[in-house]
Design a protein around this ligand. Structure first.
Ligand code: ACM
Length: 377
């Protein structure tokens, strides 16, 4: 550790919604971020200086993310921002960090097909979740897919990729519906009727936030059976399952780099530290875990550079690795995305995911699906 000759804090921006329709999951990302910051500060900070989070609540409005990012960079003098869940909020922050040369750390799975020298992506790209999920679903449930999503960029683009995978492997998309991000339980009733008529083998959901709970509850209302026609998702975590009820979530499928129930000392210690901080009944999840480990990657790089200047920090971040709760992860120097584990889990009666698939090693991030034909055979 270097002594930088000052005890001034390292100020970083933190942008996650604490209110509105995305708070359910973004609040957990905030907790992941703050847990890592506290750990680093309790261990003496970085080169003798603590990290100080400067936080705003963009209240689940994409445009507010853009305004808050600008405020952080212009008024608060921050260059590094940890934040964003929805792709629309990331797209609102992008022009700000690009123009002012900041660095956004984005801890959420997304639709891929993006690169910015001002973003470090630590959630899964489609080659790290959609490809294996499609294979698993086709092998175990069948080839008739129904798509239901929230109406914004991630669901539409993610479905474009899933549609290609399904069609290239002899499957069929038998229906596709999009609902407002703020859709309520009653809004899903006509969708469920349509699903009953279309009789798919699998419902692929790209519904996010509070609406996730209503989607699964409406499914349960109609008496569908997750053993024969599960909902499969890239975003439904332990947090949404807890909010919908464990009985409602049981049997449904999620692909993610991380689940709370992963075995291994590192994750067990992480979960127990988290629970002792936030309460025994509080759960970790993939978005929280990415929010957590990305702060540790940042801290490791900052200890070397002793500078938050994006031009100095980013090259040090590229190629760096950390032992995360999910296992070893590294920032892929070619694309600024993270090489992550691929896992598929089925929710059980206790609101945890039982693993049904796990990669043998971290999967290289390939956000443009360059290394993938669309055939999964
Ligand atoms: C997302 O909007 N990237 C989940």
């Amino acid at each position: 550790m270097r002594n930088s000759g000052t005890s001034e804090p390292w100020r970083v921006g933190v942008l996650f919604s604490r209110s509105g329709c995305m708070a359910l999951i973004e609040e957990t990302q905030l907790r992941g971020t703050l847990t890592a910051i506290d750990e680093i500060n309790e261990a003496g900070g970085i080169n003798g200086r603590p990290i100080e989070p400067v936080m705003y609540d963009p209240a689940s409005e994409a445009s507010s993310f853009g305004h808050c990012a600008k405020r952080l960079m212009v008024a608060d003098g921050v260059t590094t921002i940890f934040g964003c869940y929805t792709s629309s909020s990331r797209k609102a922050v992008l022009p700000v960090v690009e123009r002012l040369n900041g660095l956004l750390w984005y801890p959420t799975l997304y639709e891929g097909f993006e690169f910015s020298p001002n973003v470090i992506y630590t959630g899964a790209a489609p080659n790290q979740n959609s490809v294996e999920l499609c294979r698993y679903l086709m092998e175990h449930y069948g080839k008739r897919f129904y798509f239901v999503g929230s109406d914004y960029v991630y669901p539409r683009e993610s479905n474009r990729i899933m549609r290609e995978l399904v069609r290239h492997n002899g499957g069929e998309v038998v229906g596709e519906r999009y609902l407002n991000l703020r859709a309520k339980r009653r809004d899903f009733v006509p969708v469920m009727r349509d699903i009953r008529d279309a009789a798919p083998n699998v419902i692929f959901s790209t519904v996010v936030g509070d609406s996730t709970v209503y989607l699964y509850q409406s499914y349960a209302d109609l008496g569908f059976d997750s053993k024969t026609m599960p909902i499969a998702s890239l975003t439904t975590t332990e947090a949404e399952i807890k909010a919908m009820g464990y009985d409602v979530g049981e049997g449904h499928i999620t692909a993610a780099p991380y689940f709370q129930g992963l075995s291994g000392e590192r994750n067990t210690a992480f979960v127990s530290r988290f629970k002792s901080r936030y309460g025994e009944d509080q759960e970790t999840n993939m978005c929280l875990e990415a929010a957590y480990f990305q702060v540790h990657i940042f801290a490791k790089a900052l200890a070397q550079t002793n500078s938050m200047d994006t031009e100095i920090l980013r090259p040090t971040v590229l190629g760096s690795e950390v032992l995360a709760p999910q296992g070893k992860v590294s920032i892929n120097p070619l694309c600024g995305h993270t090489d992550l584990w691929t896992r598929v889990g089925r929710a059980n009666r206790r609101g945890q995911f039982d693993l049904v698939y796990e990669s043998l090693a971290p999967v290289r991030a390939d956000p443009y699906l360059i290394g993938y034909g669309r055939s999964i055979a």
